[in-house]
Design a protein around this ligand. Structure first.
Ligand code: SF4
Ligand code: SF4
Length: 670
């Protein structure tokens, strides 16, 4: 007899099943449309969609193979893939059996046997994955996972659907006893418990209906519970490489939302896995802030505002109040974020929290009432002095003392690149040595360069990070005008913040201008130039230093721009220097706490300063010197070195200072 399966065996009133299935699909589609309508209504006007091979590749690698979900947590990755592949496979199996029924009967003979065995494997994978998910959350009690009712219900529901599926199959096999039953090995095993085939036959229809109703109900519930991430996450993963279009401050409407379309999808894609909470330096420092809370708070606010049925979510509605009716999150907490990007690095679905926080800050700055007082003062200083240090323009070039440096503003057609010193390096007494050391290295290597002297403006980084986009645009225009007027096409910065702003923020604004008005230039961080000079032999280290050092990756150099190797290559090129890594290094580096405008804010209820956590980690390596490559890190870590009591055991140097020391351009005491 040819192996085959009779559709709807022993089931009456199949029409009722189709009505229920139609209803489930309608509810599902309605839910999906409401989400998309929230994305559309809550988004900024300019939304661009481009076909992207990178997006397709991300979908395959991250969505299907779980590339990011395995990062740092192999157990979570494996568990998730069991659920994903099991669920998707069973779904595909259901589509195949429908096609077999409605279109062409192909599930027979050996194809049917293969089909049956594959479905058994997929069902068991799903069951195993779901059981593992419950164990991780409720038995192992993995710290980053929340244990809310909305987390429990979908998993248990799906678990019951799969178990009931195996029971239904077991009953059918017990009643029919086909020769090929063993190919459906899990169902066959269940059927062994039913020795009375008549009893199995009479029970079968009831259990079939229960299984069908549970399955259809589950599908209908997807857009209304946390499982919606099975749709939103792939959308977010696909959209991740899409460019975000800049919106000039003056074109923003009064009531316009600050989020981009990508942000909206990301907010919905968040699975509340808590990986971001584990790595957030603010949370780690004991501050009352967690990126996941910000995401959920933003999502709930937008749902409340834009969902056609006003917050019609069954299980995903974790609100902004805790069980004790305390406010879990309020707008002022967004100032805690250092925009370090550690959360984005680990988020399995690319939720761009730092970008969303920056945009949310724009809303608060426009509102003007919920800005920390010191930061508001810094913004005033930025407006008045074009730097955050309240220093007049004429002090801007004083750092160089008597050293002769070409002023590109005064010497038309001067050779070489423009060294963009930056506000902090120019004006803060500790960081000025970074610039002096860099200049001494360039002069030693006889590399032509110049600066903008007193005319150098702020690049706009601070204004951009704190959401003051109008000021950012003014400062950007100042810079671009100068670059254009003095034909500056090659820039090297002291600060990773200026580097990142020039490299990654200016282009999206320039793209809005006609091509003839755009100013083209290339920008490098000084560590990249130093590495080039070492590699091409322009600088040679003759004397060994015999020291052990460790290196702190600045967020805006490392995570933002992937400059991890160049500073390390420079350090290890110096003879006698042993480089040891901190526990958190490269992409997992810990933020010093100075980014995102935090250096100009009051302390925000931290139990311990982020910079102290970092400096202690550096001290734990046993290195005598901590090297960094960012003026803000230098300020934050220098301060922490004192408060952490490491003044006698750990020195702090900028990479330029180390290179200058290795070249005998400065003494140990300096
Ligand atoms: S933002 Fe990303 S890492 Fe954070 S909870 Fe959501 S999905 Fe997880
Ligand atoms: S960018 Fe850094 S500080 Fe901000 S939420 Fe993410 S991990 Fe926390």
């Amino acid at each position: 007899m040819t192996p085959d399966r009779m559709h709807y065996w022993h089931i009456e009133h199949v029409w009722a099943f189709y009505i229920l299935a139609g209803l489930a699909v309608a509810i599902f589609v309605f839910g999906l449309i409401t989400h998309v309508s929230v994305w559309m209504r809550g988004t900024r006007r300019q939304t661009i969609f481009l076909f992207s091979w990178q997006g397709i590749s991300n979908l395959f690698l991250d969505g299907l193979l779980g590339r990011r979900i395995f990062k740092g947590d192999i157990a979570a990755g494996t568990m998730h893939l069991f659920i994903l592949w099991g669920f998707s496979g069973l779904f595909a199996g259901t589509v195949l059996i429908s096609a077999d029924y409605w279109l062409y009967h192909f599930l027979k003979g050996s194809i049917y046997l293969w089909y049956s065995t594959c479905l058994e494997i997929l069902g068991l994978m799903l069951l195993f994955g779901l059981a593992w998910a419950l164990i991780r959350r409720y038995v192992q009690r993995v710290a980053r996972l929340e244990r809310r009712i909305e987390d429990l219900i979908p998993v248990v529901w799906l678990f019951v659907v799969v178990v009931s599926g195996f029971l239904v199959e077991g009953l059918r096999l017990a009643a029919q006893r086909p020769e090929w039953a063993e190919f459906s090995f899990a169902g066959y095993w269940v059927s062994l418990f039913w020795t009375h085939s008549e009893k199995a036959r009479s029970l079968y229809p009831s259990l079939w209906w229960i299984h069908a109703i549970l399955s259809l109900g589950f599908i209908a519930s997807i857009p209304f519970c946390k499982l919606f991430h099975v749709l939103a996450a792939p959308a977010g993963i696909y959209l991740e490489p899409q460019p975000v279009q800049a919106i000039p401050a003056e074109t923003r409407g009064q009531d316009e939302e600050v989020f981009s379309f990508r942000d909206m999808v990301f907010l919905d894609a968040c699975t509340r896995c808590g990986r971001c909470v584990e790595v957030c330096p603010s949370t780690g420092a004991g501050e009352p802030f967690a990126p996941r809370d910000f995401i959920i708070w933003s999502r709930n606010n937008l749902l409340k505002k834009y969902h056609p049925l006003k917050y019609f979510t069954l299980f995903s509605g974790r609100d902004t109040l805790t069980k004790n009716n305390e406010q879990l999150f309020d707008a002022r907490k967004i100032w805690h974020c250092t925009t370090c990007r550690a959360c984005l690095e680990v988020c399995p679905v690319y939720v761009a929290t730092p970008e969303a926080i920056q945009r949310a800050r724009t809303g608060l700055v426009e509102d003007g009432t919920q800005i920390p007082s010191l930061l508001a003062h810094t913004l005033e200083k930025l407006y008045k002095y074009n730097n955050p240090w309240e220093s007049s323009k004429k002090n801007r070039a004083k750092w160089s003392g008597d050293t002769e440096i070409t002023d590109l503003v005064k010497s038309e057609g001067a050779e070489g690149f423009c060294y963009f010193v930056g506000c902090t390096t120019s004006l803060d007494t500790r960081t000025q040595d970074l610039a002096r050391s860099f200049v001494s290295i360039l002069k030693h290597a006889m590399i032509p360069f110049g600066t903008l002297g007193k005319k150098e403006p702020c690049c706009g980084d601070i204004a951009r990070r704190v959401g003051e986009n109008g000021l950012f645009e003014e400062q950007m225009e100042d810079c671009l005008n100068l670059f254009d007027r003095y034909n500056i096409r090659d820039i090297v910065t002291s600060s990773p913040h200026c580097f990142n702003t020039f490299k990654n923020e200016y282009p999206s604004y320039q793209a809005l201008k006609p091509s003839e008005e755009q100013v083209g230039f290339q920008v490098r961080h000084y560590s990249q130039l130093l590495n080039k000079l070492v590699k091409d032999g322009s600088i040679r280290f003759e004397h060994p230093l015999n020291i052990k050092v460790t290196y702190h990756d600045p967020c805006y150099l490392g995570r933002y721009n992937q400059v991890f190797d160049e500073p390390r290559d420079v350090i290890t090129a110096i003879p006698g220097v042993e480089l040891v890594e901190m526990a958190h290094n490269r992409a997992s580096s810990l933020c010093c706490g100075g980014g995102g405008g935090r250096v100009w804010q009051e302390d925000l209820d931290a139990k311990v300063k982020m910079s102290e956590i970092r400096i202690r980690e550096a001290g734990a390596t046993g290195a005598g010197i901590l090297i960094t490559a960012c003026p803000l890190c230098l300020i934050m870590l220098e301060d922490a070195r004192k408060t952490a009591g490491l003044e006698d055991t750990l020195r702090l140097m900028d990479l330029n200072e180390l290179v200058a020391l290795a070249l005998d351009l400065k003494s140990e005491e300096e």
